[in-house]
Structures are given as C-alpha cells and as structure tokens.
Design a protein around this ligand. Sequence first.
Ligand code: HEC
Ligand code: HEC
Length: 502
Amino acid sequence: MSKSTLIKIASLILMVVSFIAYIAGASAFPIASENLLPWSAWFLIAVIVNIIVWSNVVKLLTFSLAVIWFYAFVAGLVPESSTAVNLTELDWSDPDAVAEQGALVFNGKGQCAACHTVDTSAPPGRCPDLTDIGVNAATRVPGMDAKSYLIESMYQPANFLVPGYGKIMPEVWKAPINLSKLEIEAVIAYLQSLGGEIDPTPFDEPIDRADVGTTAEALPPLLTGDSELGKKVFVDAACISCHAVTGIESPAAGETNEDFEVVTAPDLSEIAAFNDMRYLEESILLPAAQIVSGYGAVTVRAKGTTFQGTLVSQDTEKIVVRTKAADGTEEEHTILLTEIDDEPIEELTNLQARGYFTLTLTPTDAEAPVTGEIVSETDETVTLKVGDENKSFSKTDVKSQMTVIIFDGDEIVGDHVSGTMDDDEIVLMVDGSEEMFDTFDLEEATMTRARGKKLLVTSPMPENFPIILSVADMTNLLSFLRTLTGATAEAVPEEAAEVPAE
Ligand code: HEC
Ligand code: HEC
C-alpha cells in the first residue's frame, strides 16, 4: 500500500469516527488528563483533509456527512437560543414536555444554572445543588408541600433560606430576570421532575406584578455615576485586593494591604448579572447584612477549643470551619452543632443577631431550666422549640443564675439571690436551699440570665467604606459594578482562551 493510500484511509476513518462520536455526544478526545479538541473540531479537520486527498465518490460522502453534521451542530445550539422565545402556552397533557421547556428556562433566561448545579459531584458552590429538589422540596418547611415550597422559592426566596445559604437568590419574576408566570410554571415542573413527581395543579401567583411595576418606577434614578471613574475607585479603594474582576489586574499575590487583611472573596466579574443595585449597595454599606455562603468569618468554641476561620458550610447538624495556621497551612474541621460549647448570656436582647441558636433558661415560675432551639424572638419574648413544641418565654421573667468557682476549683451553679464579687457575700439558691459564699473564698463568680450556643458569622469585608468613600465615589463605584455582567469577560482575549472550545 502506498503512503498516500494510508493517509487517505486514515483520514476517512478519522472523519467517520469523529462524526459518530460527535453525534453520540462523546466527551472530547482525551490524552492523559487533557481534553484535546472537541469531536466537532476533529470532524472538521477530517472533512478538509478528505476533500483534498480523495476523489469524487468519497468527496460526495464527505460532503453529505458535513451537511448532516452542520444540521446537528445548529440543532445543538438551539436550546440556548430558543429560551429567548417567550413561552405562550404549556401543554399539561404532557408534563414531561413542560419540564423540558422548564429546563430550557433553567439553563437560559432564568439564569438558574449560573448559581445552581444539578450534579452532586460538582464542587459545592454558593447556592444549593438542586439534584433531588423534587423530593427535598417537601421536607424543607414543616407543613408545606413540595409545590407550595417551590412556588415560594421562585416568588419569595427570602421567606425561607436553606440553612447555610445567604439571601442571594433573586426574585426571578422581577427585573433583570423577569420570568413570566408560564416560565415559572415550567421551571417548577422541571424542578419537580428532579427526583419527584410533576404536579400540574394550576396556582395563583403569590405576588402582584402590577404593584411592583409602580414601585420600581417610583425609585429615584440611582445611577448617575461614571463607570470609568468608578473603576478607578474600585482599584484605589483596594476592593481589587480581595475581589477579582476580569480585565482588571489584581495586586501581586502575597502583597498585603496596610489597612486590612486580604482575604478570599467572591469574584465580582458577573455580580450585576444576578443582583440588583440595592444588593450591591447594601454589600458595601452593610457587608454583614447578607453574607455570601462559604465566605463568612466565624469564631466558635467546641469542646474547649476555639476555632477561628471561614465558615465553609453549614447544615442543620454540623458546620465546617476552615482555619489557617500562622505558616499558611489550611485545615478543615467538621464540628457538630451539639459539640459547640454553651456560653453564659447576660443580656437577653438581640439573641439571634448575636448568633445564639439554642438557649437554656429557667422561667421564674419553674424549678428546672428549659433548653431549646431559638425559633423566633421579639423584644419581650423568645420562642424556643422544646421537644416537638414551640414555647414562648418572657425575657424578663427569667431567673438569674450565678456560677461561682471556689479556690479549690469547685464550680457551683445556683439561682442568684443577692451579692456580687464586690460585696462580702454572695447568696445562691442551690438545689432548693440557700447557700452563702464568702467572696474572699471565690476565684470567680459569673452571673447569667441564660446560657446558649453561639455561632456568630461575620463578614470579613471591611465596614468602613461608607466612611472612606465620598458620595460621588460611591455613585461612580456602583455605576462601575453595574457594568459587571460577565459580558466583559468575552471581550478579554486571555480569559476567552480559557473557555473550553466546545
Ligand atoms: C444569584 C444566584 C441564584 C440564582 C440566579 C438563582 N438562585 Fe435559587 N437559590 C440561590 C441561593 C443562594 C439559594 C439558597 C438560599 C435560599 O433558600 O434562598 C437558592 C435556593 C433555591 C431553591 C431552594 C433549594 C432548596 O434546596 O430548598 C430553589 C428551588 C431554587 N433556588 C431554584 C432556582 C431557580 C429555578 C432559579 C432560576 C429561575 C434560581 N434558583 C436562580 C441562588 C440563586
Ligand atoms: C478585605 C477584603 C475585602 C475588601 C477590601 C472588599 N471586600 Fe467585598 N467582600 C469580601 C468578602 C470576604 C465578601 C463575602 C462575604 C460577604 O458577603 O460579606 C465580600 C462581598 C462583597 C460583595 C457581595 C458579593 C456576592 O457575591 O454577593 C460585593 C458586591 C462586594 N464585596 C463589593 C466590594 C467593593 C465594591 C469593595 C471596595 C469598596 C470591596 N468589596 C472590598 C471581602 C472584601
């Protein structure tokens, strides 16, 4: 066989194989761990070579395959572009087809896929993975069925936050995402199809779209700023030290800022694609108001050890805290919520804001202390989940307790009757009888109104920008942030090169 025949046959084989692999949706041709060109590119190369080396009959075959490939390629692009088409009708006689339309909205106009994964093997992000949301939806809020929960998640996502996640999810029926009722219905069908059953029952929107239209108009035009000047503020105010933005050079690694400690912070290149201006403004004015999941700073004491670091994740049973040693090595610790130490609480105000999630207190009319998870709180009362029941307690009718530590190390806890360390004598009610302690014999005496477990998550982002930045700087900065929709990413060549060719 001559050399040219070999080349001819090899290129024919390459064309047929890459064609089949492309149609079958095989993943790109791998060599070791690198994914080489996608099959569509191999196919195109083979087509060109075949057209050059072969004569008529095979040229015709090549051409026909290329035409089929072209149609398949265009069809492959359709799911992305068809989401731009507004849904006008849903055919509920075929719920699976509705779910498919919902999947298009999910991956397209709804922007859901920008935040959520549907793949448990994906690295945990700042938003919950939605695999099995079809079943999980029924378990989130007691007494709420799956469909009602999903409806609420779409219209009022802040009403119930999945534990460990911040108030990040936008109200997808509002600008800029603007999903119509039909699109939301389809998305819900899609979410239900993920592990659950599609429920086609019609529902009323729990919101008034007309109402929002007028309030949105009533807002003053916030952005009269200059985004070019804002970009300068972003760099000068050192936002760039912590936050990466595509197209702006970050300071060299390891370079520290004299005003604050540089920490890992969210990439802001696409921040305006999913968040409105109020959120961006609030992020700067009150960084702690909504902390991006995975970036909060936390100090927690468990079994006598103090862990200070980043709250990586949190669920109803445990937290994961990443600590960094002085030499830079990082370590992740999984801590059960039950292992977190009880701390004395003197003031029963703003318990939740101060991070308490369980409370132990003794009501004045009771003998034994009550312990429960904090469900809600007002200025006067606190409601605890005790066993399966919610019970409210008055914050003022609570016995004060005191722990005294005697010099020989004994620790005694009792209801406080009188006295402090400044007096000669402290009187406690211990197990129903009064006991007197000479303060001279005491090492310590701490008064508590209650005890509780505390997990206070704070934002590592500095709080003093509102003071440092002038009103004009702030306006310009916000105008700049508004341009960060990710669209700029495509304009920057070195970034574009990192996007896989598929
Ligand atoms: C900017 C990021 C973002 C976008 C865009 C977004 N979400 Fe979310 N979503 C979140 C976050 C964060 C949570 C968790 C906090 C909460 O419960 O609101 C969440 C929660 C949810 C939940 C509840 C999950 C659970 O496990 O209980 C559902 C369902 C959901 N989103 C669906 C969607 C759908 C559908 C879309 C698109 C129409 C969407 N999200 C768009 C961030 C986002
Ligand atoms: C010391 C590091 C640091 C600096 C400096 C800093 N930030 Fe942040 N920023 C963070 C961290 C950490 C978070 C995530 C925790 C949170 O939500 O508060 C954050 C959150 C944000 C968010 C919300 C991000 C999201 O994904 O929702 C915005 C917007 C933001 N910062 C803007 C700015 C701007 C603008 C500046 C400059 C004026 C700035 N930051 C300076 C650390 C920093």
